[in-house]
Design a protein around this ligand. Sequence first.
Ligand SMILES: Nc1nc2c(ncn2[C@@H]2O[C@H](COP(=O)(O)OP(=O)(O)OP(=O)(O)O)[C@@H](O)[C@H]2O)c(=O)[nH]1
Ligand SMILES: [Mg+2]
Ligand SMILES: [Zn+2]
Length: 342
Amino acid sequence: MSLLNWGWTSFWAERFQASAPTGLLPARIVGVSRGEFALEIETGRTRAELSGRLEYAAASAVELPAVGDWVAVTPTDPALIVAIVERRSLFARAIENGDRQPLAANVDIAFLVCGLDGDFNIRRVERYLVLAREAGVDPIIVLNKRDVCADPAAALQAVASLAPAVLVSALQDDIPALLGRFVEQGQTAALLGSSGVGKSTLVNALLGNTVQETFAVREDDARGRHTTTSRALFRMPGDWLLVDMPGLRAVGIGGSSTAVDDAFEDITELATQCRFHNCTHSGEPDCAVTANLHPRRLESYHKLQREAAYQHRKEDATAARAQKEKWKAIHRAHNKHVDKRT
Ligand SMILES: Nc1nc2c(ncn2[C@@H]2O[C@H](COP(=O)(O)OP(=O)(O)OP(=O)(O)O)[C@@H](O)[C@H]2O)c(=O)[nH]1
Ligand SMILES: [Mg+2]
Ligand SMILES: [Zn+2]
């Protein structure tokens, strides 16, 4: 099977040529599960491991391969992943230690999936939109399970101003038609959303058969279980690609204040009418944002801005620490070298 089926274009060929050492093959990561990688090479599917060098040199988790990445591998079995081809986009979320966890790379379209069976929460949608802005990916809001919602039209209206949105039932509707129209041939999309919102059910509906296990969310353990446990890239009829992944419990945004602003374009627009050009929209006189925006949306904006600022400081500290460790390692290696000579 050809790499063309997995999104390979002249764009990637050029990027690969520009950076990959000779003798290595291009491959796309199509599965990541507990540090093991499945990939597609020109001749088909194979397993892969990280080269020690790539693993060792990574100062952050985002420097390790993620599903969707194009990589350079050795022609061995298992293949060794030697380098990551420069990414076009990266979905990542902030994790505890100031680092970021890569979720999916080289994604063109993000389907932000909500379930209208109780999971629906517009504040979480706002958070996902920030993540999409950070990644530089176009978001589509997918409101799933419309069949069990008393007023799906109201839910659609609540998000309609935020991003393109679509109301679906993974169990009843023509999902290839409803979602496929957002994705062009050769593009890669990803499904993001909490556990149980129906991401894997959508994958199955798109493929017309059951490739992903799904599981009913039970009241008592709805918080605890994830049915999907690995990240995987699937080929869709119509020749586009789709990432399914486990539901995200925590959606930690990164340290970009601009990404938050971009996700709240209504605020940026209103802010041009505030009396002070540096208005923070927190009690200044003649603030057009405070006057016109729903208080809960403004509160959400301030909260996300605070979180981005906090994350920014943490990322700075982590980066400084990683840099220090790198130098220490270099010095250690150097000293060893000197010891050997004497
Ligand atoms: N009524 C209804 N149920 C749905 C719909 N879509 C999915 N479900 C059900 O919701 C449950 C969870 O679906 P999954 O597809 O496993 O959810 P998921 O988002 O993949 O969950 P994780 O893999 O844990 O992240 C299953 O019982 C599905 O049958 C829908 O449109 N309507
Ligand atoms: Mg799933
Ligand atoms: Zn203001």
